[in-house]
Design a protein around this ligand. Structure first.
Ligand code: SF4
Length: 529
């Protein structure tokens, strides 16, 4: 549904801020693609764009693709911004630019909802999810779009049911310029991991869309050209297991109807491995990747952070079970925990080798507002929010330099090219081999698709195979893939591997933050062109 009953017309400019260069946005892979410039279309802003009154013209600009121009600001009557903590500096910069045109600027999304005081210059703060605050904002702008005399804070008390959410305005996004498509089925998570802000922000009882909504969204993503991989951004895809089981047969039917050209990915807790009925359906629905917050292989550490559910199955067994259903596991890892010891880095590297997980996001612990960790550390006097020389706001129990040194060592060794390609080799042979064997669809055989593949192969062979300084490890991997006729495995693995290798080198050389949530608010290093 949309906001209704508004006669006045307002022109709204939605601007999504640039990301600070980060491990999880894969920007080093973009030059190997056929024109990807950004990670995923932002769900929140595109949802708001779709919710605005039908007669309000909306422009959407993702500054990861290109910056909002003078002409955009001159066209608009008000500007909407949304983003996460790591985009804080860029969001404040958009606000400053919009104010130069005397435009009202509203901010919503996860960062302002957790920390309204980060955004003193904005005219409207939209705190919370889509709901009565959104209607209030629309009514106020309809009445008068000029800047209010002082900041107005609108808090959602009455959330719109997700079953009433409109389909995000994917048509406004340049879908071909994104690495992944995004979609959301549920919001919230029943667990309470100490460091996580999801239960505090979105609740412990997951809210849901209907399977029919998801199928309609997938159809729309497809119409808009986003066919490669679509990522369920749900905080925990199995937060409500019954809901996951309700949805999956619809996804299987959708894949059968559309020819299985879209790969699916999601985030889920590792105890998904205990649910063969879910894994089986996910395989049939062509889920190819599951991001699991494994966090640490140390059982004491899992207990301390209240993530005992990761131990419902032995961790290695859980990973192998997921792999046996054709899904690669991507793992989140945290360093700097109170339970860390001097030998933690070695244990972690042994885990990387044994698990054969190629992609692990290894971060330093960061205390986020609205988490039990924040509250505990505040009581213990261990929050260091004003020290922007550090990559974490936590006073670790081990010396800071030792923790950061261990992190750098883990990044360097985990992403050493030979080792990384060996892990991808394993995935190609033992995980990807377990995926559905699909007939080649007409869409896959189309010239447009073949052309894309050829462009990516050319880029990979030239930039990595000829010019790259790790070409020996690359060719060892690539020749084996070519001999097996596995072009898809070659392209997918080489692209992501390139990002991991290059990012890890920058990280171990001290040029990248050790935390995705680092309070170091540096200039975004991904240029908007
Ligand atoms: S399981 Fe994941 S989403 Fe849920 S509270 Fe823990 S870290 Fe957060």
């Amino acid at each position: 549904m949309r906001a209704e009953g508004i006669e006045t017309v307002r022109r709204i400019l939605c601007v999504f801020p640039r990301y600070t260069s980060s491990f999880g946005t894969f920007e080093y892979a973009y030059p190997l693609t056929d024109g990807v410039k950004a990670f995923m279309p932002p769900q929140g802003l595109l949802l708001i764009a779709a919710y605005l009154p039908a007669n309000w013209p909306v422009r959407f600009i993702d500054e990861n693709i290109h910056p909002a121009t003078t002409e955009d600001f001159e066209w608009a009557e008000a500007v909407f911004v949304s983003g996460m903590h790591i985009q804080r500096q860029q969001m404040n910069d958009i606000c400053r630019r919009a104010h130069a045109f005397d435009l009202s600027v509203a901010i919503g999304g996860p960062s302002v909802s957790a920390c309204p005081d980060y955004y003193p210059s904005f005219d409207y703060l939209h705190v919370g999810e889509l709901g009565d605050a959104t209607n209030d904002l629309i009514t106020r702008l309809a009445r008068d779009p000029s800047r209010p005399g002082q900041q107005v804070v609108l808090k959602t008390a009455d959330r719109l049911a997700m079953t009433e959410f409109p389909i995000p305005a994917y048509e406004l996004a340049e879908t071909r310029k994104y690495l992944l498509g995004s979609i959301q089925y549920s919001s919230g998570c029943p667990y309470q991991c100490e460091f996580c802000d999801i239960p505090g922000l979105y609740g412990r009882n997951p809210r849901l869309k209907t399977p029919q909504q998801i199928v309609a969204e997938l159809d729309k993503l497809r119409e808009c050209g986003m066919t490669d991989t679509v990522y369920f951004v749900d905080d925990n895809f199995i937060g409500n297991r019954k809901a996951a089981l309700d949805l999956l047969p619809h996804l299987v039917a959708w894949q059968k109807r559309t020819g299985y050209i879209t790969r699916l990915a999601c985030e889920a807790t590792l105890n998904i491995a205990k649910r063969p009925e879910i894994l089986q359906l996910m395989r049939e629905a062509f889920f190819v990747t599951v991001f699991c917050g494994i966090e640490t292989p140390d059982p004491d550490a899992l207990k301390a952070m209240h993530k005992d559910h990761n131990m419902m199955v032995p961790i290695m067994e859980g990973i192998r079970t997921i792999n046996s259903h054709g899904m690669e596991v991507v793992s989140g890892i945290i360093m700097g925990l109170d339970t860390d010891k001097p030998e933690t880095a070695d244990a972690l590297l042994a885990f990387v080798d044994e698990s054969r997980i190629p992609l692990l996001t290894i971060n330093l612990l960061q205390a986020l507002p609205k988490t039990p960790l924040w509250d505990r550390l505040e009581k213990e006097g261990r929050l260091l929010n004003d020290d922007d020389s550090r990559d974490s706001n936590v006073a670790f129990l081990l010396p800071y330099d030792e923790v950061v040194g261990s992190w750098r060592r883990c990044m360097e060794f985990a992403y050493e090219p030979e080792k990384l390609f060996a892990r991808y080799q394993y995935q190609c042979e033992y995980t990807y081999a377990n995926r559905l064997k699909l007939p080649v669809s007409p869409e896959m055989k189309s010239w447009a698709n073949i052309r894309r593949g050829l462009i990516m192969l050319r880029n990979i062979f030239w930039k990595v195979g000829v010019l790259g300084d790790y070409r020996k490890a690359f060719w060892k991997f690539a020749l084996r893939r070519l001999r097996q006729g596995d072009i898809e495995g070659l392209i997918g693995s080489a692209m992501i591997a390139h990002h991991l290798i290059m990012f890890a080198r920058a990280a171990s050389g001290g040029q990248q933050n050790a935390s995705n949530y680092s309070i170091r608010l540096r200039e975004a290093s991904v240029p908007a062109e």
